[in-house]
Design a protein around this ligand. Structure first.
Ligand code: CA
Length: 356
């Protein structure tokens, strides 16, 4: 009993020493999302982060999340985090393409890495180090924020059989993929999400890409465009946590560790939630609209896309040394990682298909 009492007092002593470190620091942050609060699973990530950080700090580190419906500036998250109006944000790196083209690599690029390959590059290769370099000039940190996996190539009202079918085709497809398609004669347009369904229905556009079954099903495109093409342009779109550098550096090492751990937990969670939503939505779509045809672009078109994409990437690399550095790092890492993906995942899928 005497011994037990001694243990308790030693433990109590440790707690007295340890607890004030966390208890003393009260931190109140705000996090702005690019997404409206209803746009799950993307909009699930920041609230989950906030909950985890709150629980791990006994409520002392509070992160208040604001959806786009409140702050009304979904495309200005980088500026708002840089300026300190929000200590952090949840968004996607390729939205900052107009400010710095090199930011595209931290979301996804056409014919690029799969999610597994990209996270390996980010966490264990040079990816995160390069991301810090690119975002350092904005006075912010950027961390992985969860992945949509392979996005679908989009909904087409007509089948695309030859390169001629792309000429003059009106399509909503943003980013680098839009630049690639424009080189092949596609009339690339940008339309607000709220007007996409009507545009496709009325023929203002002939085709559009959005995300994957889980998010596409809510938009209803499958009801009016039966050709669902396989992706080539966003094979692993990673979302992004932006954190104001000065605010992050001011946190205690304990809170920094908690925030980083929670971010990484949310990355895994969003990636799995997205896979769940996609599988569930695809099963429903297939059942309700059995006429949907999943297509892969013909060889001739894929080869032309790849060639146009290489030209786009090399043109940026020629004029921007930092772009070149990140492009080369990703390409070199992918070459190695892809060999492994092919002997493992690709072969496993082939193997199981043989016994289906
Ligand atoms: Ca997309």
């Amino acid at each position: 009993m005497k011994h037990f009492g001694k243990v308790v007092s030693v433990l109590a002593g440790c707690m007295l020493l340890a607890s004030p470190v966390l208890a003393a620091e009260k931190v109140r942050w705000k996090c702005a999302m690019t997404w409206p609060s209803t746009l799950t699973p993307l909009a699930s990530a920041a609230p989950k982060l906030s909950k985890m950080v709150g629980e791990m700090t006994g409520g002392n580190f509070e992160i208040k999340v604001e959806g786009a419906e409140k702050h009304k500036a979904p495309q200005e998250i980088l500026d708002m985090v840089k300026g300190g109006q929000f200590e952090m944000g949840h968004t996607a790196s390729y939205y900052w393409k107009g400010k710095d083209i090199t930011t595209v690599f931290f979301t996804s690029v056409p014919f690029g890495m799969t999610a597994d390959e990209q996270y390996a590059w980010l966490y264990y290769g040079d990816g995160q180090k390069l991301q810090e370099k690119v975002y350092g000039k904005f006075g912010v940190y950027s961390f992985p924020g969860g992945n949509t996996g392979v996005q679908m190539g989009g909904w087409f009202r007509k089948e695309i059989k030859t390169l001629d079918d792309l000429k003059g085709l009106k399509m909503r497809i943003p980013g680098l993929a839009g630049e690639v398609f424009a080189k092949l004669g596609v009339n690339v347009t940008n339309i607000a999400p709220g007007e996409l369904y009507t545009s496709l229905e009325r023929g203002t556009v002939d085709a559009l890409e959005w995300v994957g079954p889980g998010m596409d099903i809510k938009m209803g495109f499958h009801k009016i465009a039966p050709f669902y093409y396989a992706g080539w342009h966003e094979p692993a779109s990673d979302m992004q946590f932006l954190v104001n550098k000065a605010q992050m550096d001011k946190l205690s090492p304990e809170y920094q560790a908690i925030l980083k751990t929670a971010m990484q937990a949310v990355v895994a969670d969003l990636t799995y939630e997205n896979t769940h939503e996609n599988s569930t939505a695809w099963a429903q779509m297939k059942q309700e609209f059995p006429n949907i045809k999943v297509m892969i672009f013909p060889d001739e078109i894929l080869k032309a896309m790849k060639k146009a994409n290489d030209e786009v990437m090399q043109a940026y690399a020629a004029q921007n040394p930092e772009f070149k550095e990140v492009y080369e790092s990703q390409q070199a890492y992918m070459k190695k990682a892809r060999e492994y993906s092919r002997i493992s995942t690709e072969n496993y899928l082939k193997t199981t298909k043989m016994v289906e």
